[in-house]
Design a protein around this ligand. Structure first.
Ligand SMILES: N[C@@H](CCC(=O)N[C@@H](CS)C(=O)NCC(=O)O)C(=O)O
Length: 344
């Protein structure tokens, strides 16, 4: 019998079916296809962060976060140049990813619960374990952040740094005056001009910002680390294949360092009889194909970009201007916490 109730049931069943047909299947492989058709990876990066993401006079990008984008292009196209860099401010970065303006965000961004669960993004892998610190004038003679009672603190709006700062001062019963800025350059300039006595941010950034002050040697990063800032790339939720490619690109670089495979030893590795090296370089199994890439995907990454240790040292390590010690970003076999799951 045709009743209004039945008609409603049929209509809602049709609507449901329609939406299932129209919606892209969860976990579907759209991003890689789009990238291959376009011929470039579109990578969101920091407009200017020494050691992590900077542009030279010719417009060429380099840095630790930039190298992750180059590694992706190497894995997909065997050409680290096939990247279109989109400079994004802190305020723009997450919306740009949600709004499909970029394929991946590789920009000193912390892995947090709300960015994954709330914003429907996926964090791929921790490329740099960081923590929040404080930059102060040497003349202040402060040995610890606990001596900062009553300080005026410059910080950038919309960052985890702003939130941690409030937690830390409240928890330690310290008073402070908050001075917020919409971008990092303004926060650094205000600190340099004496508009606040403390600059707070991820410690890696403080090392970089210190070098851009009028007299870097007059400033020190205090030893206190007040938060966990696991930094690394984000992708949009819903494309498992692309998430895996970004994740395993980082893990390939870490595994390469652990296996002793570098730009220098790659040719030997290609001839190796060792089972784990053979799986890595693709002379055994078909791991690349399982992600929609070629089986020499990891070889391409190492040839064009290098292993994790090479990337770290070149951009931010003790051989670079920033001179950051490997510290907790050493391999787990060396007392650090950089640890990659096995390729097998
Ligand atoms: N890791 C923190 C902070 C990241 C961040 O955006 N830091 C600022 C502070 S220097 C920055 O990069 N600013 C540069 C800009 O907005 O262009 C987060 O994910 O919230």
């Amino acid at each position: 019998m045709v009743t209004a109730h039945n008609v409603r049931r049929i209509l809602s069943a049709l609507a449901l079916g329609g939406s299932i047909l129209l919606a892209p299947a969860a976990g579907s492989a759209q991003t890689l296809e789009k990238i291959k058709a376009r011929g470039t990876v579109v990578c969101g990066v920091n407009p200017s962060l020494l050691g992590f993401s900077t542009r030279d006079a010719q417009g060429g990008w380099s840095g630790f976060d930039v190298d992750l984008c180059r590694a992706l292009a190497a894995a997909i196209f065997n050409d680290p140049g096939k990247v279109m860099f989109t400079p994004l401010t802190t305020a723009e970065r997450l919306q740009a990813l949600q709004g499909d303006k970029i394929d991946v965000l590789s920009r000193n961004t912390t892995w947090t619960f709300s960015r994954e669960a709330g914003l429907k993004l996926n964090f791929a892998a921790v490329t740099y374990y960081d923590g929040q610190g404080f930059l102060v004038r040497r003349s202040k003679n402060a040995a610890s952040a606990l001596e900062l009672d009553g300080a005026s603190v410059c910080v950038q709006k919309g960052t985890t740094s702003e939130l941690n700062l409030a937690d830390y001062f409240r928890a330690n019963n310290l008073k402070y005056q908050l001075v917020t800025f919409p971008d990092g350059d303004q926060a650094r300039a205000a600190y340099d001009d004496g508009k606040c006595s403390v600059l707070t941010s991820d410690t890696s950034q403080l090392f970089a910002e210190r070098l851009r002050l009028k007299a870097p040697d007059d400033h020190v990063v205090l030893p206190d680390i007040i938060s966990k800032e696991p930094l690394g790339p984000y992708v949009r939720s819903g494309d498992d294949q692309w998430l895996n490619i970004v994740k395993w690109t980082h893990y390939a670089m870490v595994n390469a360092e652990e296996l002793g495979v570098s730009t220098q030893t790659l040719d030997e590795a290609l001839k190796s009889d060792k089972p784990d090296v053979k799986r890595f370089v693709g002379t055994a199994e078909n791991y690349g194909e399982q992600m929609g890439l070629s089986n020499d995907w990891a070889v391409r990454i190492i040839r064009h970009v290098g292993n994790y240790g090479e990337v770290f040292e070149r951009n931010v390590g003790t051989g670079s201007k920033l001179s950051i010690p490997r510290g907790i970003n050493s391999l787990w076999t060396n007392g650090g916490i950089q640890y990659a799951p096995p390729i097998r």
